[in-house]
Design a protein around this ligand. Structure first.
Ligand SMILES: [Zn+2]
Length: 233
């Protein structure tokens, strides 16, 4: 009656369904999406740190400029003070005060420059270290992405193969039996065919009556009295 072939068809259908579900909701794909988002936020973090370093560099250049012009002023003041041309005591005192003030300012800027240099070193050190880590992780991500792409391709090939085998089987099956099976599937889902195992219907786990068992053995087309599935010995 072709029930074994019908069983084979059902197994193929179930296999197809399983693969289609995997493709629809792939855990690998979700993980990769999360990893991509993490990498993007990591990249942003590194770029922000880099920009911070650039701002510090600008600040450093400004301070170095200020420091240089203070040094020039200091030299001019010293030249005037020690030129021997100024004899007015109050003017001399004034120049000395200016010099003291300039020295103080210069040392304040030198301190700032030292601090900025230290901070810059730390910031760019961090950027360098994390850029390397990031590059490595991007490489890993791309390899996994490629693996995932191949996995999907393989599943697609499996689907094509299953469909071909199903078509072939359907041609070999009795048309009326196939129609009946499809009609049952529309109500019961894919598993419209159930094996009798230890006297029970494997679809609903209830006992199959002796009368039905005899009919099955005689090769008749029998449905489970409880769940309606076609029974196969
Ligand atoms: Zn049943």
């Amino acid at each position: 009656m072709g029930l074994e072939k019908l069983w084979e068809l059902q197994e193929l259908q179930l296999g197809l369904e399983r693969i289609q579900q995997e493709l629809k909701n792939p855990s690998q794909g979700k993980e990769l999406k999360r990893e991509k988002e993490r990498l993007e936020s990591y990249y942003t973090q590194i770029q922000e740190k880099k920009r911070k370093g650039e701002r510090l560099q600008e600040q450093l250049a400004l301070h170095e400029n200020t420091c240089r012009s203070l040094e020039v002023k200091k030299k001019d003041t010293e030249a005037k003070l020690y030129s021997g041309q100024i004899n007015n005591p109050s003017e001399l005192q004034n120049l000395e005060q200016q010099l003291t003030h300039l020295n103080k300012e210069i040392s304040v800027y030198q301190e700032k420059i030292k601090e900025l240099n230290m901070e810059l070193q730390e910031v760019f050190g961090w950027v360098k270290e994390h850029s390397q880590i990031f590059q490595g992780q991007v490489g890993e991500y791309q390899a996994r992405l490629e693996e995932y792409r191949l996995w999907r391709e393989e599943r697609e090939r499996e689907i094509q193969d299953l469909k071909l085998r199903m078509e072939k089987l359907e041609k070999e099956l009795d048309e009326d039996l196939l129609r009946h099976y499809r009609e049952l599937q529309s109500r019961l889902g894919l598993r419209a065919l159930a094996r009798v195992e230890n006297g029970c219907c494997s679809g609903c786990r209830l006992m199959v009556s002796i009368i039905l068992m005899q009919k099955i053995k005689a090769g008749e087309r029998v449905q489970c009295e409880n769940c309606g599935r076609l029974l196969i010995p």
